[in-house]
Design a protein around this ligand. Structure first.
Ligand SMILES: *Cc1c(COP(=O)(O)O)cnc(C)c1O
Length: 372
């Protein structure tokens, strides 16, 4: 019989579109002994997670908790709970994740009205205004930070337009949360989801979500049952709320990890954390200049935590990425869709957003591109 060795992963510096590196104490938190999912100590910790999540999302929403699953599970949670067959939904698409939202809304039976911008650019408020004028939307959905292109779309005006049209506003904050300002109550967002693996310095596995009282009411007063048993908020709230009834077994160790990750974020301070991401982005852009490399996404709306670095003429994008990984243990991402082969996606997310890592990446790129 074949014998297998224990798996020992190499140590990589994760500077791609996610996952990013986890904070060391987040990883040690995961090695703690398991508790039962109804253990009073675990329940106490769940309460702390909800409270810390409200601080990080900047919301007072009671219905704020982590869904079991990755960021996409958070996306699915929002759509399956809020959408019923025949609903009109405006989806803003300027990259991969807007396309995923449109796919999900269609699977829920929605009539999807698409608002599209070229990849790398932001969604303009006038586009949304035009779209909502032509239908009676139940929901407007927007990706805050498009990880596939490196563009950050301003949210406030679009949210205002959605509400004036009588719609709920849904926001994807998978890559923005913990890396730049996210203000759920200040921006009047009704439904939001995120993921642990981008700027929260935590492994993939949980999707923090939050629903406003209005969104929750929408989910509670549906004509039809939520199509997903696993993601039905009416059942999940029985476990994450005060009743504590069993729905599915919470991923215990992942919740330990998220607790520690959120604790670290609040210890650092939201403003200080955003500023760290900003400064390391500026350091990267400055260093790239001396290599004659620029950022491909729209000027003035470039993400700090995900940099779409332009591949110069005559350079093979994939070869550079492979050398970064093989020779320097650095992972960066490739371009997707229309940006395939044209950009490298360099993530400076959470624990991976550090000046020393920016410098290590720039040194490696200098050697690879200048040849030696
Ligand atoms: C990564 C990402 C997702 C999906 O998250 P997974 O953890 O891969 O399921 C959704 N939206 C955005 C903007 C992302 O960057």
């Amino acid at each position: 019989m074949q014998a297998f060795d224990t798996f020992n992963p190499p140590t990589r510096l994760l500077m791609g579109p996610g996952p990013s590196n986890a904070a060391p104490t987040v990883l040690t938190a995961m090695a703690n002994p398991l508790l039962g999912h109804l253990d009073p100590s675990f329940i106490q910790m769940m309460e702390e997670i909800k409270s810390m999540l409200r601080s990080v999302f900047q919301t007072k929403n009671e219905m704020t908790f982590p869904v079991s699953g990755t960021g996409s599970a958070g996306m699915e949670f929002c759509f399956v709970n809020l959408i019923e067959p025949g609903d009109e939904v405006v989806i803003c698409i300027n990259g991969v994740f807007g396309m995923r939202m449109a796919d999900l809304a269609e699977r829920c039976g929605a009539k999807v009205i698409k608002v599209e911008a070229p990849w790398g650019e932001i969604i303009r408020p006038e586009q949304v205004k035009e779209a909502v004028a032509g239908c009676s939307p139940k929901l407007v959905a927007l990706v805050h930070a498009e990880t596939s292109t490196g563009a950050l779309t301003p949210v406030e005006t679009i949210s205002q337009i959605a509400h004036e049209a009588g719609a709920l506003m849904l926001l994807d904050t998978v890559t923005s949360l913990g890396g730049c300002e996210v203000n759920i109550d200040g921006w009047n967002i009704d439904a939001v989801y995120s993921g642990t693996q981008k700027c929260l310095s935590c492994p993939p596995g949980l999707a923090p979500v939050s629903l406003s009282p209005k969104a929750l009411e929408t989910a509670q007063n549906r004509k039809t049952k939520v199509q997903s048993w696993y993601l039905d908020v009416n059942m999940l709230s029985g476990y994450w709320g005060s009743e504590r009834v069993y729905h599915h077994t919470a991923p215990i160790s992942m919740n330990y990890a998220l607790h520690e990750a959120l604790r670290l974020i609040l210890e650092e301070g939201l403003q200080a954390r955003w500023e760290r991401h900003h400064q390391n982005h500026l350091r990267l852009v400055e260093g790239l200049k001396s290599l004659d490399l620029g950022i491909a996404s729209q000027e003035g709306h470039q993400l700090w935590q995900l940099n779409a670095v332009t591949v110069p003429e005559g350079v093979d994008e994939a070869t550079v990425r492979q050398r970064l990984l093989a020779d320097y243990q650095i992972e960066v991402g490739a371009g997707l869709g229309p940006m395939k082969g044209k950009i490298w996606r360099v993530g400076l997310m959470g624990e991976s957003s550090q000046a020393k890592y920016v410098d290590r990446f720039l040194e490696a790129m200098t050697t690879i591109l200048k040849g030696s």
